[in-house]
Unconditional design. Structure first.
Length: 390
């Protein structure tokens, strides 16, 4: 089997590529981002036209312009990808949603398996939920992804043979928007088990953490209100938020400045150390595929307090690995935070359960092996394959 992974930006494909390489099936990783450190150079090709066009936006402009440029310059990646695929043989083309349409057109003529990898929910759901929060908390702000790109994502989902859903929630949105269940495969993200180790101690003063861009889509407006309620009960509680601000949070930001510890960006090694010193991970996202940091927090042995829409219910059972909360209800979120903060025995028990469910048997290699097994099953039972795989 020969698998090609493709996307303009890497997201988590670096981890996927290394896992597939370990099993000897990776043909190429076609990216505009830099090569993953552990991947052999002969398996990597960089899209220089796209990278050079984006370079100015990476370093010299606001986040919103960088995001818009990501979609504007997608045509450069499309034309480059088409040329790359013409000279390669492959059985599977696996692309991040939004960056696979050109590859899928080429794959159709090769009768290869077309796989859409979904970092987010169905485009209709993603746009609708996100815009709802913009309308409520930052009136006049629009979702920064252009409509033509959402339409492109929808086309890819229709063309795909396999839709990779990182969470049960993503699969639900696919079915609600008319995608056949037979196309969908749920595979939650893995965790670097060598880096994210289970905590050894619970902090005396409650310390909560949330990781992700500070924006209305990720539900920080509800988290900050919830934490305000927590502070009334536990004055020495602390909240750490790791991530840059998005423009749609501009009207909320002044209300909460100084009420939490803000860390704009950290590398994964530093993040692993921070997680080990926390009481619980809180993530009331309003729309998500499956936040990778959920698995990382579980790897650190933290109880999870998160919404269904964050993707957490794929691994977290309410009352066992943490609490599933109503993401738009600050009182419900605060209640879960207070309960964990005041009961260290419960925190320890949930943290151990979280580690076992989310990390003990969920490394990135485990993730890749589940994916490979699904490739094999689809190829062996469909018109795409001339072969049967063991």
């Amino acid at each position: 089997m020969n698998v090609i992974l493709a996307s303009s930006r890497s997201w988590y494909l670096g981890n996927t590529s290394i896992a597939l390489h370990e099993r000897g099936v990776l043909s190429a990783l076609l990216l505009a981002d830099k090569k993953p450190r552990l991947l052999p150079p002969q398996l990597y090709r960089r899209c220089w036209p796209y990278h050079l066009a984006m370079k100015f936006f990476y370093h010299c402009t606001s986040q919103i312009l960088e995001e818009k440029a990501t979609y504007f310059f997608s045509y450069l990646y499309d034309s480059w990808l088409e040329k790359e695929l013409r000279r390669r043989s492959y059985d599977v083309i696996h692309a991040i949603m939004g960056f696979g349409i050109q590859g899928f057109r080429h794959a159709s003529s090769r009768h290869a398996l077309k796989v859409v990898d979904c970092p987010n929910t169905h485009p209709v759901t993603c746009r609708g939920f996100w815009q709802r929060e913009c309308d409520l908390w930052c009136p006049g702000e629009k979702v920064p992804i252009p409509g033509r790109f959402f339409r492109r994502m929808t086309q890819e989902l229709e063309m795909a043979d396999l839709i990779l859903c990182p969470s049960v929630f993503v699969k639900e949105t696919m079915l609600l928007n008319g995608i056949p269940e037979s196309k969908c495969f749920v595979n939650p993200f893995g965790v670097d088990s060598q880096l994210f180790k289970s905590r050894s101690l619970i902090p005396t003063a409650p310390k909560f953490i949330c990781v992700g861009t500070i924006c209305v889509r990720k539900g920080y407006q509800y988290l900050f209100r919830a934490f305000d309620l927590v502070k009334r009960v536990i004055p020495n509680a602390e909240l750490i938020c790791v991530g840059d601000y998005k423009r749609d949070f501009a009207k909320e930001k002044p209300k909460w400045d100084g009420s939490f510890t803000h860390i704009p960006h950290v590398d994964h090694t530093t993040l692993a150390g921070i997680l080990q010193k926390c009481s619980a991970f809180v993530f009331p996202s309003q729309e998500e595929g499956f936040a990778r940091v959920l698995s990382e927090a579980m790897g650190a042995g933290l109880p999870i307090i998160a919404s269904h829409e964050s993707g957490a219910t794929t691994l977290v059972r309410d009352g066992i690995e943490g609490f599933i909360v109503r993401g738009r209800d600050p009182h419900h979120i605060a209640g879960a935070m207070v309960r964990i903060a005041l009961d260290q025995e419960l925190s320890l028990k949930m943290g151990k359960a979280a580690f076992q469910k989310g990390a003990a048997k969920n490394s990135w290699q485990d993730y890749g092996d589940r994916l490979l097994e699904e490739y094999q099953r689809r190829l062996a039972t469909s018109k795409h394959s001339k072969f049967c795989f063991p």
